[in-house]
Design a protein around this ligand. Structure first.
Ligand code: SF4
Ligand code: FES
Length: 364
């Protein structure tokens, strides 16, 4: 083992990571389900983490030198690894039970308005509830309501959906020169607000939409226009003086419905090919809504678990001829041409020759 690397075992998988790495980052190195969910931690934002408790894990062995287990579950985004540490995430009943409780708490005041929420289909809280939540709620009191705050012409705040993760506050603080919003009050009175209803006017403020794990901050230029799973995400770029200009366009046909930064497998904004984090400016995000504004690179990668992957083709898969394979290389003696007699699709169109998914206009 090199001097600055330590060994940590998470869910029975051992990895070597540099000293000072958090358990969450070490688990992300293993990848897959071993990585705990994170609703407030964001590797690109300094000081994030420690707010939501979704990343709780069990430390069953503290370190090689002091093997005692940690008495309570710990937030993996804020706890650094020690040499010889053993951690349990999905292999711990305690963790799964605690996570269920955390989800129940996060949903106490959250409205169940996924059917009309723009974040549906790409909401981390929706995914978390499906994976770890309970079917019902035990909460009998009235949910919180808020005075409406206007965040300007581009961004819509739905405070009832906010889980107070502070990501948007750190984004405004660290990416822009002016920070005009924050968390007002504390405890169950806490809320995101602009002091004296100021508009958030600066070039990079649109990034708060990308970091928000729920539908509390949404894009007014996209609001209610489409469901995200009906659109096709493609990677595109343009020459921009303000930002890296590398984005994801969410298109339907030739129409650009939404522009966002590109995201990695953890749902965080990816690094740009020009170096640094690929945050995008307001001009690219809100004003460049013509396909002609962009150089399209090709379909974006979509996690196969995501509902967005339905009907999303990253490359054309040409069906293989199967007859010979199943008949030991022999050709069939008689082959009925369903295409010409079925009257299902238009006779001049052979569905297997289309270089795109078939849609209603191809059928009779
Ligand atoms: S508005 Fe979104 S990003 Fe901001 S604190 Fe609430 S949940 Fe987090
Ligand atoms: S991600 Fe660790 S506490 Fe929120």
């Amino acid at each position: 083992m090199s001097e600055n690397l330590v060994k940590v075992t998470i869910d029975n998988i051992t990895v070597e990571v540099p000293m000072g790495t958090t358990i969450l980052q070490a688990a992300r190195k293993v990848g897959g389900e071993v990585a705990p969910p994170a609703m407030c931690y964001y590797s690109k934002l300094e000081g994030s983490g420690g707010k939501c408790r979704t990343c709780l894990v069990e430390v069953s062995k503290g370190s090689e030198k002091d093997p005692r287990p940690m008495p309570k579950l710990v937030a993996s985004c804020r706890t650094t690894v020690m040499d010889g540490m053993e951690v349990k995430n999905i292999t711990s009943e305690k963790v799964l039970d605690a996570r269920k409780g955390v989800v129940e708490f996060l949903l106490i005041n959250h409205p169940l308005d996924c059917p009309i929420c723009d974040q549906a289909g790409e909401c981390h809280l929706q995914d978390l509830s499906y994976e770890h939540g309970a079917e019902g709620t035990r909460y009998e009191f009235q949910r919180r309501t808020f005075k409406k705050h206007d965040l300007g012409e581009y961004i819509q705040l739905h405070m009832t959906r906010c889980i107070l993760c502070y990501r948007c506050v750190y984004t405004a603080d660290q990416l822009t020169k002016t920070r005009e919003h924050g968390v007002l009050d504390r405890g169950d009175h806490a809320e995101i607000a602009t002091f004296i209803e100021k508009n958030l006017k600066n070039d990079f403020i649109g990034n708060v939409i990308d970091v928000c794990p729920v539908g509390a901050l949404t894009d007014k230029t996209f609001r209610f226009k489409n469901r995200v799973w009906f659109t096709k995400p493609v990677n595109a770029h343009r020459d921009c003086d303000t930002c890296c200009g590398e984005v994801q366009l969410w298109m339907r046909g030739d129409e650009v419905f939404r522009v966002t930064a590109r995201k990695d497998e953890w749902g965080e904004v990816k690094d740009s090919s020009k170096g640094g984090t690929g945050w995008i400016c307001n001009t690219c995000r809100f004003d460049k809504k013509q396909a002609s504004d962009w150089v399209v690179e090709g379909p974006a990668e979509v996690n196969r678990h995501s509902v967005i992957s339905q009907g999303h083709y990253e490359k054309l898969v040409v069906p293989q001829e199967t007859f010979e394979a199943v008949m030991d290389g022999r050709s069939p003696k008689l082959l009925m041409d369903i295409h010409s007699v079925s009257e299902v699709n238009k006779p001049e169109k052979s569905l297997s020759l289309l270089d795109r998914p078939a849609h209603s206009t191809d059928f009779e």
